[in-house]
Design a protein around this ligand. Structure first.
Ligand SMILES: Cc1cc2nc3c(=O)[nH]c(=O)nc-3n(C[C@H](O)[C@H](O)[C@H](O)COP(=O)(O)O)c2cc1C
Ligand code: SF4
Ligand code: SF4
Length: 262
């Protein structure tokens, strides 16, 4: 059996996981469909996820930690990211090692960034990243099929200096956080909200409920930015700040639909 598990907020990781599963004839499943105590036994196993704060998302790591068993002849991880791969795959491998297994291969794919700081990317940089990501995916599929390679990729934080370019907007965001506090950035909706319920359906951790006609955000947010980025009205703000005011570029992977992630 071949299995590909994904976690994705804005579609980058979903897209990569879909291509890998199609090319390898594997079943595609959300990581969060795995429950505490489940076991995975497969010939080929692949995890595809974004990097949040230099690591795999906490919910992804917790889900794997809570599995009773992970057994596969070959395990591949693919981390999608917007700034620097850093050592995220090594950290992910440590979690697998605690389960008595480990990565055969680990790859990073740089995609257009989806979160705070993404506004520093121009449209031509976005297109260029999407094209390079396609090339990298083709290479990864080849490597997996050939099984000749055993590599776990890592980079420095200063990989192609993206982090330097994003520094001014990240510092401004940090300034808001430090001077106004984290509560000033809690999600809320503007009067443009049409109560369509898309944010409720797309949240991977069921953290949003429609109460009356307005979305209400709970305390279980995993910061995937899916609700913000997929809202058709751009009506989810962080505190009183709109998208642009906190340096977020409107971005969803162009070949992914909201319904793919629901
Ligand atoms: C909360 C958050 C934190 C992030 N932290 C990082 C990071 O530390 N390094 C990085 O390179 N990209 C970071 N990113 C960018 C995402 O990893 C990148 O856009 C990824 O491809 C998103 O994948 P998705 O479309 O599958 O959700 C972050 C994104 C979010 C939403
Ligand atoms: S997706 Fe946007 S418009 Fe639809 S309910 Fe959520 S906040 Fe409102
Ligand atoms: S509430 Fe949090 S976890 Fe849910 S979609 Fe929005 S950012 Fe993602």
């Amino acid at each position: 059996m071949k299995l590909v598990y994904y976690f994705s907020g804005t579609g980058n990781s979903y897209y990569a996981a879909k291509i890998i599963s199609q090319q390898l004839g594997a079943t595609l499943l959300p990581v969060l469909s795995l429950k505490k105590g489940d076991s995975i036994k497969a010939d080929f196993l692949c995890f595809v996820f974004p990097i949040y704060d230099f690591k795999a998302p906490k919910k992804v790591l917790e889900t794997i930690e809570n599995l009773s068993e992970v057994q596969a002849n070959s395990i591949v991880a693919i981390a999608t990211y917007g700034v620097a791969l850093s050592k995220a795959l090594y950290n992910f491998n440590e979690v697998l090692e605690k389960k008595g297994t480990g990565l055969s291969q680990g790859y990073g794919i740089k995609f257009p960034h989806n979160a705070v700081g993404s506004i520093s990317l121009s449209q031509s940089e976005i297109s260029s990243r999407l094209n390079k990501a396609e090339e990298k995916l083709t290479q990864i599929v080849y490597n997996i099929k050939e099984q000749e390679y055993s590599t776990i990729e890592k980079t420095s934080l200063f990989e192609d200096m993206t982090i330097i370019k994003q520094m001014p907007v990240l510092l401004k965001f940090l300034y808001i956080l430090l001077t106004k506090g984290a509560n000033s950035l809690k999600f809320n909706t503007t009067k443009d909200c049409t109560s369509c319920g898309q944010c409720v359906k797309i949240c991977p951790v069921d953290n949003i409920q429609l109460k009356g006609s307005l979305p209400v955000f709970g305390d279980n947010c995993t910061s995937c930015f899916a609700c913000i980025q997929w809202c058709p009205q751009h009506s989810i703000h962080m505190g009183k700040y709109s998208f642009k005011e906190i340096y977020i570029q409107s971005y969803r992977h162009p070949k992914v639909k909201a319904t793919d992630l629901m």
